[in-house]
Design a protein. Structure first.
Ligand code: MCN
Length: 792
């Protein structure tokens, strides 16, 4: 592959469109569509006794009302468990509309369709549902106590017990010079994309087909779900992800009930139907993540080297388990981060609560794992009176230990093996970037100003780019345009740019000639989806392979024209030329024309350039015998296993002892995602992740009360960091290419968020001299902590 474009900070080509308002988001589609609205459960746990729709029936413009009773066939069955796991012993999922018992506030019970959204909402407001309230379980402590149950037939509220270990942890702890045990909490937060979920469906009676637009991270999966649940064959369903205004995990869940119900209504009414989620719906009926209680015991020697680590995680999985136990498995398997821990045991109890479902949210279990590991490091350092960076350095996996096989099983069922990295170099870079060794002076200067300054750090690893596969189709047109299509969807990651970079680099064409399409099942039908920081690794390699297939064919055809050996040819700036022989060349667009006899007949310029007489010139057929017509190629890439990106964050916080306000003074990041396709995009991903990490550490939490009501279900009450709270981020890159894929790429999309809470907790603890054992932390909580002189 040429190095042109690959590795360059090419500006994001999608931004011009998006910034000037020419993006096409879900709500920009189908202005004449009927509108759907939902009646959702106001109770966290309640049996539906009766639904009285009579008052709504008189509303002018009402078109249809659907309850569970109106669902038929597979649609009346529970939603699927997308990632089953043998240790998920009590999987439970809901129905598209509540059948009997609502398990959390916000679960959809009735769907209303009307000529517009106002009318649909008015009609929904007139529907009377009577309920029998049932006891409510909120939070992991209540779930564990099991005084009440979420699902009648799961008496201990435990959906899954997951267990992995690499040795005899009890014996190793007993033999350790020192041990420490502590418990800590991580609270619930959630993806907050600017654009909520949304679905638009159009039924075509003429050929019994559906076209669905969904603001999704996985259009191919949504298609499969719709086809199965509405009993249509796959080729009768097209699903297109238009511009998607962020996802962060929540739009990977499929099918959302609305993704089935809106197409169902479109089919029954024979008219376009649309639903766009409002913000309150997003809070109470999409997905959350993060809440865990972590019970940690660590054994270590006099130098702070860990001899054994034992972690018991109580993980809140909300009311259902559509995503199995993928999130807590991520916590369990990546908790140890970059450290060489000889004996490790992780036990996870994943529990049901009467709250919104828990599915992967950017970082997906790893922020919690990093919090557990890094608080452990700080506690060891404090206990031994050793510098916190030094304790970490003494435990790092060394470069000569790769591939580092944990003897554990990753969430995709494959062995947990770190492929490459240089953690000592990463830590050394971080210490320089944040001036770790010179911090005492800064602290003293802050103290002189009456402020408390603290510094913290947190390295991490992230398994990225899991399989099973992604594919790509690359085609050179007679116009010279190069079409690149993947089934993978994009929510703002810059795929239009990076896939164009990869194809242009591989094919040797100008980037402006490359047109990228993502997330459209009409263009590419096989794809897994955008999650787990996998697009760069999996689709990136697929795009490169497909472009290479095209290149090979182009060289083969051009070789005939130029009477040269394909091995002596190269493509540069869209020109296929004999290496070292200027003038002996043919435009790639002409090769594309040659590859298609019909096109050739109508392209005078190509005919003249190649001096063939056209189809029928048997002496020089444009297409080699046995070659398919067209200059195109489809290829797939299936990774052997995940590749492990890594990084380390350091934070300096300043705390005002008058208000206990916590300000981030400095945020430093060293980041390693192997070979970088586009450093500007990677830095943007890190910035965005850091913003979410800061939010998760200091501002954002899902504040459920004991009745399971979300008390802050709006942006008036749920704090997100503004630009004023997001620090400038100093980034230094490091690159340890992955040996697992030819391009050496590791993923980058979640990295920025993972160590945020761990690093910020460490810095706050350093500033105030009190142990932080729960995140997020607000100024009020910090004040209480310092005053009470107790642990949080
Ligand atoms: N990249 C690169 N070189 C690398 C690695 C990545 O240039 N070595 C680029 C990629 O080409 C891509 C971006 O960085 O443009 C992120 O790549 P990757 O790590 O493969 O992640 P995905 O593209 O698969 O995106 C998923 C990831 C996840 S899991 C969440 S959650 C998340 C995230 O991306 N959601 C996002 N970043 C987001 N960014 C935006 N704007 N919106 C979201 O919803």
């Amino acid at each position: 592959m040429t190095t042109k474009f690959f590795g360059e900070p090419v500006r994001r080509r999608e931004d011009a469109r998006l910034i000037i308002g020419q993006g096409r988001y879900l709500d920009d589609i189908g202005s004449g569509a009927y509108a759907a609205a939902f009646v959702r459960s106001p109770y966290a746990h309640a049996r539906v006794l009766d639904i009285d729709v009579s008052a709504a029936m008189d509303v002018e413009g009402l078109l249809a009302i659907y309850t569970y009773e109106d669902l038929t066939g597979p649609l009346a069955e529970p939603l699927p468990v997308l990632i089953p796991h043998p240790q998920l012993t009590a999987p439970r999922t809901g129905y598209p509309l509540v059948k009997d018992v609502a398990q959390h506030v916000g679960e959809p019970i009735v769907m209303v369709v009307a000529t517009d959204r106002y009318i649909a909402e008015d009609a929904a407001g007139l529907i009377e549902v009577s309920y029998e309230e049932l006891p409510v379980v909120v939070g992991v402590d209540a779930a564990e106590a099991a005084e009440h149950t979420v699902h009648d037939d799961v008496p201990d509220n435990i959906a899954a017990r997951h267990h992995q270990e690499t040795g005899d942890v009890e014996a190793a702890l007993a033999a350790s010079a020192h041990t420490l045990s502590f418990t800590q909490y991580f609270e619930r937060s959630a993806s907050m994309p600017m654009e909520g979920k949304g679905v638009h469906a159009r039924w075509d009676d003429a050929d019994s087909s559906l076209r669905v637009y969904s603001s999704t991270q996985a259009s191919t999966s949504v298609r499969a779900a719709i086809a199965a649940k509405l009993e249509l064959s796959m080729e009768k369903v097209e699903v297109i992800a238009p511009d998607v205004g962020g996802g962060f995990g929540v739009k990977i869940v499929h099918p959302w009930p609305e993704e089935l119900l809106v197409p169902m209504a479109a089919r029954r009414l024979g008219h376009e139907v649309k639903w766009t989620e409002d913000r309150r719906e997003h809070f109470i009926s999409s997905a959350h993540e993060r809440q865990q209680r972590q019970e940690i015991t660590v054994g270590y020697d006099d130098d702070g080297r860990i001899t054994a680590l034992d972690v018991l995680v109580w993980h809140d999985n909300g009311a259902y388990t559509p995503y199995g136990i993928i999130v807590p498995i991520n916590t369990a398997t990546q908790l140890c981060g970059p450290y060489d821990i000889p004996v490790y045991r992780a036990r996870v109890n994943s529990v049901y609560t009467n709250t919104v479902i828990v599915t992967p949210y950017r970082g997906a279990g790893r922020p919690q794992g990093t919090f557990a590991m890094e608080r452990t490091m700080d506690r060891i350092a404090q206990a031994l009176g050793i510098d916190r960076a030094l304790v970490r350095e003494r435990n790092l996996i060394q470069p000569d230990q790769f591939p580092y096989d944990w003897g554990l099983t990753f969430q995709d069922g494959r062995p947990l093996i770190y492929d490459s990295g240089d953690y000592p170099a990463m830590m050394a870079k971080l210490k320089v970037l944040v001036d770790w060794d010179g911090f005492a002076e800064r602290r003293a200067a802050a103290e002189a100003r009456g402020k408390l300054l603290g510094i913290g750090m947190a390295p991490y690893v992230e398994g990225t780019g899991p399989g099973p596969y992604e594919g790509a189709h690359v085609q050179v047109l007679g116009s010279g345009k190069v079409l690149v299509s993947t089934g993978l969807t994009s929510q703002g990651q810059g795929h239009e740019t990076v896939f164009a970079q990869l194809a242009a680099a591989e094919l040797g064409v100008p980037m402006e000639d490359v047109v990228v399409t993502t997330g459209d099942t009409r263009r590419f039908g096989y794809a897994v989806g955008t999650f787990a920081s996998r697009a760069a690794v999996v689709s990136g390699n697929a795009v490169a392979l497909a472009a290479r297939g095209v290149k090979e064919k182009a060289l083969r055809i051009a070789a005939e024209v130029l009477e040269a050996d394909p091995a002596d040819l190269e493509i540069d700036e869209g020109l296929v030329q004999v290496k070292g022989t200027p003038g002996a060349s043919i435009p790639l667009r002409t090769v594309a024309v040659l590859s298609n006899p019909l096109r050739y007949a109508f392209d005078e310029a190509a005919r003249q350039a190649t001096q063939f007489s056209g189809p029928g010139d048997d002496s020089k057929p444009p297409v080699a015998v046995g070659d398919a017509p067209g200059l195109e190629h489809t290829d797939y890439y299936s990774p052997l296993r995940s590749t492990f990106a890594s990084g380390a964050h350091a934070v300096v916080v300043e705390i005002d002892p008058a208000t206990w306000e916590i300000q981030i003074e400095q945020y430093a990041v060293v980041h390693d995602c192997g070979t970088i396709i586009n450093p500007m995009i990677v830095e943007g991903q890190v910035h965005g992740g850091v913003a979410q990490g800061v939010g998760g550490a200091l501002y954002e939490r899902m504040a459920y009360d004991r009745d399971g009501q979300l008390t802050n279900a709006s942006f008036m009450d749920f704090l997100m960091p503004y630009a004023s709270e997001v620090p400038d981020v100093d980034i230094d890159h490091q690159s340890t290419p992955s040996p697992l894929n030819e391009l050496g790429i590791k993923g980058a999309g979640e990295a920025g968020v993972i160590p945020g809470s761990a690093a910020i907790a460490s810095a706050i603890e350093d500033a105030v001299g009190r142990r932080i054992a729960a995140m997020p932390i607000s100024p009020t909580e910090l004040y209480d902590l310092v005053r009470s002189d107790a642990e949080r």
